[in-house]
Write a new protein. Structure first.
Length: 317
C-alpha cells in the first residue's frame, strides 16, 4: 500500500540537520514496512498553487487503486492575511450561505499574463512600495514558471474558484484511480488569548471561527470523505502545553535553525535574541502532531480507513 501526501510546510520533509520538521517525515515510522509514504508536500503551497505548479499532476500520474491520498492545505490558502501572497497562494472561501456553508465554485483558467485586479489595486495602495512595475514583473515571471499555458488565478469573490472546489479536485483525482482521499485539518497556530485559549483572528485559519477549518470539514461531509481533525487535536494539545512552554515545540523564526538536535536547538532557544515562530514545528513538535494524527486514524470509525488502520504498527520505537 502507498500513502501520498499533498500539503504545505507543515507536512513536508526536512533535512536531519534542520530543527524544523513536518509530520509527513515522521509518518512512515508508524506503519508496517510494506507501506510506502510518498511526500509531495512543499512549503508555501496552497491547494491552488499546488495544482498550478504541476505537483497535483505528479501524484495523479503515480497514485493507484488501494492507495491513500492525505490532503492538508490551509495556511497559504488563507486570504485574511496580507495581500502580498494573493496572486499565487491565496484561495478564497466565497460567501457562506445562511447555514454557514461555503460555496463550491469551479476554477476558471486564465492566460499567464493575467494578474488579478484585486492584487493590482492592493499593490497600488501600498505606499511602502515605490517600484510597483518591478513587483508586477516579478508576478508575471512566477506565472510564466507554471508548466501549463493557463493557470487558476485568485478572485476575491471566489467567482474564479473557491477553496472547497480546489480541495475537491484532490478528492476527485484520488477516487478516479480508486484510491482513498483523506482530508486533514491543519494544526492550529500557536497564538494565545489572555485566558490561555488558542486565538481566532485574521491570519489564523481565516479567523471568523477558523473559517478554513470549517470549510475543510464541510467538503469532507459533502463528499463523504474521511476527515482527520488534526486542528481540534492540536488546539487541545497546545492549550494543555500553554503559552509559556509552547516554543519548546515550535521552530525558530529569527536565529539559527539547524544544528545537532536537540542540544543546539536548546542553546539557540535560550538566547535572548532568538525569536520563535507560531506556525511551524521543530522535531519534537512535529512528532507530537504526527502521534496525534496516527491516534485519529486508529480511533476512526470510518470504514474507508480500515486498511490504513490494519497497517499501523502497535509499537513505535
Amino acid at each position: 500500500m502507498n500513502i501520498y501526501l499533498a500539503g504545505d510546510s507543515i507536512v513536508q520533509n526536512y533535512t536531519e540537520e534542520e530543527f524544523i520538521a513536518g509530520w509527513g517525515q515522521f509518518l512512515p515510522r508508524f506503519f508496517k514496512p510494506d507501506v510506502n509514504v510518498f511526500n509531495y508536500a512543499k512549503g508555501g503551497r496552497s491547494s491552488r498553487l499546488f495544482i498550478n505548479e504541476g505537483r497535483f499532476e505528479e501524484i495523479d500520474r503515480h497514485i493507484q487503486s488501494g492507495d491513500y491520498l492525505f490532503i492538508e492545505f490551509c495556511h497559504n490558502d488563507d486570504d485574511s492575511k496580507d495581500y502580498k501572497s494573493m496572486f499565487n497562494r491565496q484561495t478564497p472561501l466565497g460567501v457562506p450561505d445562511e447555514s454557514g456553508r461555503f460555496p463550491v465554485i469551479a476554477g476558471v483558467k486564465m492566460p499567464k499574463n493575467y494578474i488579478p485586479p484585486e492584487y493590482i489595486e492592493a499593490l497600488n495602495n501600498d505606499d511602502s512600495i515605490t517600484d510597483k512595475q518591478a513587483v508586477l514583473n516579478s508576478v508575471l515571471a512566477i506565472n510564466q514558471s507554471y508548466p501549463y499555458d493557463t493557470y487558476y488565478p485568485y478572485s476575491k469573490d471566489a467567482s474564479m474558484g473557491s477553496y472547497k472546489w480546489f480541495i475537491k479536485q484532490f478528492i476527485d483525482m484520488a477516487r478516479k484511480h480508486d484510491a482513498v482521499p483523506v482530508l486533514v485539518t491543519a494544526p492550529a497556530r500557536t497564538f494565545f488569548n489572555d485566558d490561555g485559549t488558542i486565538m481566532d483572528a485574521p491570519g489564523c485559519h481565516g479567523g471568523n471561527n477558523f473559517s478554513y477549518i470549517r470549510a475543510m470539514r464541510q467538503i469532507g461531509e459533502e463528499t463523504g470523505t474521511p476527515v482527520l481533525d488534526l486542528f481540534s487535536y492540536s488546539v487541545e494539545l497546545f492549550e494543555k502545553i500553554g503559552h509559556d512552554n509552547i516554543h519548546r515545540y515550535t521552530s525558530i523564526k529569527k536565529g539559527i535553525n539547524k544544528g545537532k538536535w536537540p542540544d543546539d536547538f536548546l542553546k539557540e532557544l535560550a538566547k535572548p535574541e532568538t525569536v520563535s515562530e507560531n506556525t511551524h514545528f521543530n522535531k519534537d513538535g512535529a512528532m507530537l502532531i504526527t502521534e496525534g494524527l496516527v491516534e485519529l486514524i486508529r480511533e476512526s470509525k470510518n470504514p474507508q480507513l480500515c486498511e490504513l488502520q490494519s497497517s499501523l504498527l502497535h509499537n513505535v520505537v
